[in-house]
Design a protein around this ligand. Structure first.
Ligand code: ASP
Length: 591
């Protein structure tokens, strides 16, 4: 192992096998750093010590695979390299075998500057040799192992479910696999094992988990991949708290495996409170919450500023941003995405000079120090009455529009000024459970209610009777686990009764026939004695990305796809032969 030699090994014989990481030819002496996944050790080929081996070492080039056999020696004090664990020793070579030569690679694993990402993905095997990637992939292994161990210790079985299945209900597009033996029919790759894990509860396995690949054909962003890995679990007879405890348990184990202690239980927050305080259902608790400052203005102020006094007036505070230039203030405007007529006052200094009373009150109420950035988000005076179908909700759609506009701006400002406020430190992990989501969302385009989660999520027991009469007010027994503004996972207590499942399908506007043709097998299974059950799924890639402090999921997935859903190394997807298409009974239509 190239990273394992220590001063106590001095005098011993050793064999190092690995790649030539770097070669320095000083004439009479050649130094070669040999690298494997455990680290690097310096090997010395000295003409004086062994002329034949020294001569052979002249052939060595970067990324050759070699075996060096020799004696471990302490380095002279002035040549000790404190930056690496093997820096106090070196191997004096008696023998050198070149196990394989290497073409000069397009970039070197030891390069200090990173190659462009296309290059890295095309030559992924070289990229994966880099220390940072070796670290990330090992971290991923350790995290997954810790999760498996923890869940197994709690009585969960890891059970596999099919990849070739039928369309599942997570709401994205399916990846389809054509059937050759039944031409014209298709399997779908699972968007999640949702229905299988529920069926495993009906099958009597009471605690299931799986670290499993899921496939969703959707537009990709930095934190999305067409195939990604979930820690999927399901259990029989749980209250939500049991699911939360289980998740907190395996996350504790996972974070410990990565060297971090986390505190449990995680705080919990109602969806409505998350919206009112943070304007988003995945609050980043590292930044201050909003302050509602409506009461800091007089009726006259509202009029002059054309603020709607019946809607929230939200102060966003970002600490320690300091004085902003005119241009920096102007830059805030395009960061603001207005929903429902929401407006932004990015120049708080102007409010303070024109409305000194209100300004002082706001500063005080928001606890804003002189160098904190304060930005206000308000409703416009003309925003109309709320006759929306969800108008009776605790947070009305008109209020939601303001909170949501402010929420996005808060996140964007938090990111932009991260270096100034210094609140985003690696290792500061703020977890949160968000609960009591609304069961339905109103689709403005289709003018109908749609499931906010997948349609197997159970409504609150007390809200059952409102399913048809007042869908806006039905809460779901659903929960999300959030970390530093990222949704790590979501789950729910499920519907376990066939009559209620039918009712939900009906409330979602699905006809009896549609429900039967899509989920008939499942509705039937529910009729054969289904225990109450619930579960959750968390994104493994995201967890590892956060633990690695990485910017993108691609840094923690060995063979990821690009934003255009391509694998640049194997060059997929590709056209297939006419014979393959003929076999499948498929013709290609040019779009
Ligand atoms: N199947 C859900 C998802 O993939 C998670 C769950 O409800 O357990 O998001």
């Amino acid at each position: 192992m190239c990273g394992a030699l220590r001063p106590s090994d001095a005098g011993k014989k050793a064999v190092l096998m690995g790649w030539v990481n770097r070669r320095r030819d000083l004439g009479a002496i050649i130094f070669v750093d040999v690298r494997d996944r455990s680290g690097v050790t310096q090997v010395v080929f000295s003409g004086e010590h062994n002329a034949a081996v020294h001569e052979k070492a002249e052939e060595l080039r970067n990324e050759f695979v070699i075996a060096a056999i020799g004696t471990v020696k302490l380095r002279d004090a002035d040549t000790v390299n404190k930056n690496i664990p093997t820096g106090e020793v070196e191997l004096v070579a008696d023998e050198l075998r070149i196990l394989n030569e290497a073409k000069h690679p397009p970039f070197l694993p030891g390069d200090t500057s990173l190659a462009n990402e296309e290059m890295r993905l095309k030559y992924r095997y070289i990229d994966l040799r880099r220390e940072a990637m070796q670290f990330n992939i090992e971290l991923r292994h350790k995290v997954a192992l810790a999760i498996r161990d923890y869940l197994a210790s709690q009585g969960f079985f890891e059970i596999e479910t099919p990849f070739m299945t039928r369309s599942t209900p997570e709401g994205a597009r399916d990846y389809l696999v054509p059937s050759r033996v039944q031409p014209g029919t298709f399997y779908a790759l699972p968007q999640s094992p949702q229905l299988f894990k529920q069926i495993l509860m009906i099958s009597g396995f009471d605690k299931y988990f799986q670290i499993v690949r899921c496939f969703r054909d959707e537009d990709l962003r930095a934190d999305r991949q067409p195939e990604f890995t979930q820690i999927d679990l399901e259990m029989s007879y749980p209250q939500p708290e049991r699911v939360w405890e289980t998740v907190e348990g395996f996350l504790t184990a996972a974070f410990k495996a990565a060297g971090h202690a986390i505190k449990t239980p995680f705080p919990r927050m109602d969806y409505d409170d998350a919206i009112r305080q943070y304007g988003i259902d995945k609050p980043d608790l590292r930044l201050p919450a909003f302050t509602e400052v409506r009461d800091c203005f007089t009726p006259g102020d509202f009029e002059q500023l054309a603020i709607n006094k019946d809607l929230p007036v939200v102060a966003i505070r970002i600490p320690k941003v300091g004085e902003l230039s005119r241009k920096e203030r102007d830059d805030i405007k395009p960061m603001f995405i207005s929903k429902g007529g929401a407006r932004v006052f990015e120049d708080f200094k102007r409010i303070e000079s024109k409305f000194p009373d209100a300004g002082a009150k706001i500063r005080q109420k928001a606890g804003a120090a002189p160098d904190d950035l304060v930005v206000l988000v308000v409703g416009s005076a003309q925003s109309g009455k709320d006759d929306h179908p969800a108008g009776k909700r605790k947070v009305t759609p008109a209020e939601l529009a303001i909170y949501a506009s402010a929420g996005l701006l808060r996140v964007a400002l938090g990111q932009k000024y991260a270096a100034k406020h210094g609140l985003f430190q690696h290792g500061d992990f703020r977890f949160l459970w968000v609960t009591n989501f609304p069961m339905f969302e109103y689709d403005e385009g289709d003018k109908r209610w749609v499931a906010a989660h997948h349609p197997f999520t159970s409504p609150h027991e007390e809200d059952m009777d409102k399913l048809e009469s007042d869908p806006a007010m039905v809460r779901a027994l659903a929960y999300d686990v959030v970390l530093n503004g990222t949704e790590l996972g979501s789950g729910s207590i499920r519907i376990h009764r066939q009559d209620i499942q039918r009712k939900i399908f009906h409330a979602l506007g699905m006809t009896e026939e549609e429900a039967k043709s899509r989920f008939g097998f499942f509705l039937e299974a529910l009729e054969y004695g289904t225990p109450p059950h619930g579960g959750i799924a968390l994104g493994l890639d995201r967890i590892v990305m956060i633990l690695a402090g990485a910017e993108s999921l691609r840094e923690v997935i060995p063979f990821p796809k690009t934003a255009a859903a391509k694998d640049l190394m194997v060059d997929a997807p590709t056209p297939v032969t006419a014979a393959q298409l003929r076999d499948l009974g498929i013709g290609i239509v040019k779009k």
